[in-house]
Ligand binder design. Structure first.
Ligand code: ZN
Length: 316
């Protein structure tokens, strides 16, 4: 009886051990099934259908969406939430406690204006922004970045003449870049040739509390200078522009840099091209007007002149 009992125990132990061994060989679970292909990042103007006047959104935000989910779950049934959480936990926020508008202070030195030519030198994008290499619109042989660069170079020349310090920035922003004001310049594209208009947006997470003021000024001055109609739609994609996302990207603006993004018009619209491609000086003037009208970035020459006048009246 005792022997039978021992044998019984032995069998149980053996079975249990075998089960454990098998379980162990099965763990960890097999590699996850292959994921469907990533969503396309290309913002080819002719690749999407926009039948309504609402134009397609620029491609930049597609980049940020891909970076956030790190998986092509956007159009897939699988719920993205747990994945996003784990992604966040692997990537700590760069500014866990970002400054607030009360902390805003102008950068040291003379008034510095940054004008970014959207998509310019995007091939230099670091890994965290690799999606940048594949977006931007075009008109025939002219890529968007050429149009953007022409406008910002003209605006920069006028501003320098006025005494501003100007940085013309490429698609990749230096880490934690600081300026008194940053304006990203882009152009839209659509397969609808009637899609026309410019639009301006402030960052969604504006830590300076001043960006919406610049956005209003720019929306007004750009429209007056160019005669292009304003599109009232401010898209989530513009507001989540990668350069504004200081929480996530190393190559982004410092949270205290006041920033806006301007979509100058549609490269696919003959009406808009008349200005942004054929008369970029007008677009440049629209940008300059907003800079000079903004209380944080008055024309340095005017400030110096005011200082001279006050020193004269003080008898020095
Ligand atoms: Zn663009």
């Amino acid at each position: 009886m005792r022997l039978v009992g021992l044998a019984y125990v032995g069998v149980v132990v053996a079975v249990f051990a075998a089960f454990r061994v098998q379980a162990r060989t099965e763990a960890p679970p097999a590699v996850a099934p292959p994921l469907p292909p990533a969503p396309t990042l290309v913002a080819e103007p002719l690749s999407t259908t926009a039948l309504v006047p609402v134009p397609e959104e620029p491609a930049e935000a597609v980049l940020s969406e891909v970076a956030q989910s790190e998986s092509p779950t956007r159009d897939v049934v699988a719920p993205p939430a747990p994945r996003r959480r784990s992604y966040r936990s692997r990537r700590p926020r760069r500014y866990p406690d970002p400054p607030t508008p009360a902390d805003w202070a102008p950068p040291e030195g003379p008034v510095r204006i940054a004008l970014q030519a959207g998509h310019w030198r995007a091939d230099e994008a670091p890994r965290e922004l690799s999606g940048l290499k594949r977006n931007g619109t075009r008109w025939k042989e002219t890529p968007e970045w050429e149009v953007n660069l022409e406008i910002v170079q003209r605006a920069g020349a006028i501003l320098e003449e006025m005494g501003y310090v100007v940085d013309i920035l490429p698609a990749v922003v230096p880490p934690a870049y600081r300026a008194h004001l940053f304006i990203a310049v882009h152009a839209d594209g659509s397969n609808d040739p009637n899609a026309s208009g410019y639009r301006v947006a402030a960052p969604r997470g504006d830590a300076t509390g001043r960006a919406s003021q610049v956005a209003s000024l720019l929306a007004q001055s750009y429209g007056e200078a160019t005669g292009i109609p304003r599109l009232p739609t401010v898209t989530r994609r513009m507001r989540n522009y990668y350069a504004f996302n200081f929480q996530r990207y190393e190559h982004a603006l410092h949270p205290m840099t006041i920033a806006v993004i301007l979509e100058t018009g549609f490269l696919t619209s003959s009406k808009d091209r008349r200005v942004i491609m054929n008369d970029p000086e007008r677009a440049a003037r629209g940008i300059v007007e907003a800079v000079t009208a903004f209380s944080v970035t008055p024309p340095p020459a005017a400030v110096a002149l005011a200082g001279e006048v006050s020193s004269v009246t003080n008898g020095s």
